[in-house]
Design a protein around this ligand. Structure first.
Ligand SMILES: NC(=O)c1ccc[n+]([C@@H]2O[C@H](COP(=O)([O-])OP(=O)(O)OC[C@H]3O[C@@H](n4cnc5c(N)ncnc54)[C@H](OP(=O)(O)O)[C@@H]3O)[C@@H](O)[C@H]2O)c1
Length: 318
């Protein structure tokens, strides 16, 4: 319960901070903008904001989020699988350091809200998502060597994917033999436990959004025609163009909308019972709406021919 509240609380706090930094000009100037958006961002006017703005890392370090997230999800699979192999006649269940820490420092309250079979489906889908993003970061995307992001973005990104991995199983983990009040009947994967309608809708939406996000990343990479790792002698690795094709025809940053749909699909699968995933969806929606709105401003001021009718996040709404 404590970890659930801590993670959800952090996500809500980050959402509030993201809104504050959009409203406070010194924070907007120093922390909010990243990558290409720095070009049209406000300039800091105070010393502290100018100093804060210098704390940046290469934007290509985005790939680290998926490395860390993917490795953490694989580690979770290992610990959870070992705990699931526990037989009643055995005296001690096989608990790794993560589950032992939960046993010692946390309680089972709040960890019984989600059916364990759904937790396994959710963790599987999130692992797939992280693996695909890792593949895209390494083999598809062509990040600019000049693009930078603030150090705070870097730490938030690392924490976010760890939080989402926890979010897939923490609220159902009381099904495992960690605390005394666990239910032995509910700890293995069972088809009868799966609500067919919400799981099917969520899984189809997840695959549909993943396919479009992949296409959008391919389109963005195709705007830089030289290969990853090539010398930047023709300037293409640092250049930006107007993307066309797929959902780019009606959205500013469809890969952001796809990200929101991916977390929405997980919330549907979990029947909105996971507080962490709901908080993650809220944070992603708010954070990426802010970034997509800044992106639209950047496109319009950079390219006079940019199609202004493209929506920021939700077609027909904004
Ligand atoms: N869940 C969350 O809270 C969250 C937060 C942030 C991002 N994400 C996800 O992470 C992924 C990447 O996000 P991002 O903010 O890095 O996206 P991005 O700024 O659009 O960048 C994606 C890649 O495309 C390149 N690019 C972007 N616009 C371009 C243009 N007009 N011309 C040529 N190249 C262009 C970028 O180059 P540069 O290297 O020059 O930037 C970068 O390599 C997205 O799918 C997003 O949904 C999720």
């Amino acid at each position: 319960m404590f970890l659930i509240f801590f993670i959800s609380g952090c996500l809500w706090l980050l959402a509030v901070l993201s809104l504050i930094s959009k409203k406070v000009s010194e924070l907007r100037a120093s922390v909010l903008a990243y990558g290409k958006l720095n070009a049209t961002a406000d300039q800091p006017t105070s010393n502290w904001a100018s100093y804060l703005r210098m704390w940046t890392v290469p934007k290509s370090w985005f790939a680290h989020f998926y490395v860390v997230g993917f490795l953490f999800s694989m580690y979770c699979w290992l610990e959870l699988s070992l705990a699931m192999t526990f037989k009643e006649k055995e005296q001690t269940p096989l608990l790794g350091p993560l589950l032992l820490s939960l046993q010692k420092w946390d309680s089972s309250r709040g960890s019984q809200s989600v059916n364990w079979s759904l937790c396994l489906i959710g963790l599987f889908l999130l692992t797939l998502h992280l693996a695909r993003r890792l593949y895209e970061s390494w083999f598809i995307e062509k990040p600019s060597p000049l693009a930078r992001m603030h150090l705070s973005h870097y730490f938030v990104g690392l924490g976010f994917y760890g939080a989402m991995v926890f979010g897939t199983w923490l609220e159902g983990v009381a099904a495992l033999p960690i605390w005394l009040d666990y239910n032995p009947a509910s700890r293995s994967f069972c088809y009868q436990d799966i609500p067919i309608v919400t799981t099917s809708i969520g899984t189809i939406l997840f695959l549909y959004a993943s396919k479009h996000q992949y296409r959008c990343h391919c389109i963005l990479a195709s705007l830089r025609t030289n290969n990853k790792g090539d010398d930047d002698d023709d300037g293409k690795r640092n250049s930006y163009r107007i993307p066309h094709g797929d959902w780019f025809e009606f959205l500013v940053a469809p890969h952001y909308t796809c990200d929101v749909l991916i977390y929405l699909s997980l919330c549907i699968i979990y029947q909105a019972r996971s507080i962490i995933l709901l908080s993650g969806l809220f944070w992603t929606f708010l954070n990426l709406s802010v970034t997509a709105s800044e992106t639209k401003t950047w496109y319009i001021s950079t390219f006079p021919t940019y199609p202004k009718h493209r929506w920021i996040m939700v077609p027909g709404l904004f």
